[in-house]
Design a protein around this ligand. Structure first.
Ligand code: UDP
Length: 241
């Protein structure tokens, strides 16, 4: 085994990364590819990996709220969407021989363990991939904040924000709107906040800044990228610190 850059990380996977080109729901091939990338780094590098999964490929609270729903109710639907993705990812990882546990911040003991910090750490120490579902269990958040919070709780050394749809890092401006936009290799938390750069929710950026947790924003759907990030290849993605 080569020495990885970090021994324990939280990987944030947006629900949309599960949808592939269809843009909605779970695409089997895409899920297989993502699971393969995760298994490879777990096996080859021995990195402890906890994965916080989003739910935007199925439901987002803001959409419901925008159509007149009660925001908290709509967000609870979003939290359930993350559980669906977590179970799908678990199934694919286990089919590949990777032991996993799903822990949910929303209690549903028939299908997932409750989130218990010490137990999550124990699973990681035993080489299991821990999939964290249900966000924080509270409305008015997205899954970016639990990615940051859980990373601090379980002593992870970095948050890896996996993007999709060709987004390969943080840009000076939106490259789809501004042809002069350039990709940043590294950027500070303060610049992300002050310039409103599209990285993660400001709440999670502030949390990472306060707790000195680096973030790598990278395209998780490009084969080998997760491995390259853990190998310390600075050309992949953008480092926020
Ligand atoms: N959500 C929530 N609290 C949390 C995490 C998520 O209420 O702590 C809800 C919220 O409605 C959100 C949805 O779950 O829109 C899906 O999560 P997210 O938007 O983070 O998914 P992603 O964009 O990563 O696919």
């Amino acid at each position: 085994m080569t020495e990885p850059r970090w021994n324990r990380v939280v990987l944030k996977l947006s629900g949309e990364a599960f949808a592939g080109d269809q843009g909605y729901g779970i695409d089997g091939e895409t899920l297989r590819m993502l699971a393969g990338e995760i298994c490879a780094v777990r096996n080859d590098l021995g990195t402890d990996i906890a994965i916080v999964v989003g739910g935007g490929n199925i439901w987002r609270g803001q959409i419901g709220a925008g159509e007149g729903m009660d925001r908290a109710q709509a967000d609870q639907m979003g939290m359930l969407a993350t559980v669906i993705n977590a179970l799908g990812l678990q199934e694919m990882l286990e089919q590949m021989g990777q032991p996993t546990r799903v822990q949910s911040a929303v209690h549903m003991e028939q299908i997932a363990e409750p989130y218990i910090r010490r137990r999550a750490i124990r699973h990681l120490e035993k080489g299991r991939v821990v999939i964290l579902a249900g966000g924080l269990g509270s409305p008015f958040f997205t899954t970016d904040t639990p990615a940051a919070l859980r990373a601090a709780e379980i002593d992870a050394q970095a948050v890896l924000k996996g993007t999709h749809s060709g987004v390969d890092g943080v840009y000076t401006a939106d490259p789809k709107l501004d042809p002069t936009a350039t990709k940043l290799t590294e950027v500070s938390y303060m610049d992300v906040l002050n310039k409103g750069l599209n990285v993660m929710d400001p709440t999670s950026i502030t949390f990472c800044m306060d707790n000195a947790l680096p973030i790598v924003v990278f395209d998780v759907t490009a084969a080998g990228n997760l491995r390259r990030v853990l190998d310390g290849d600075g050309a992949v993605g953008t480092l926020v610190r």
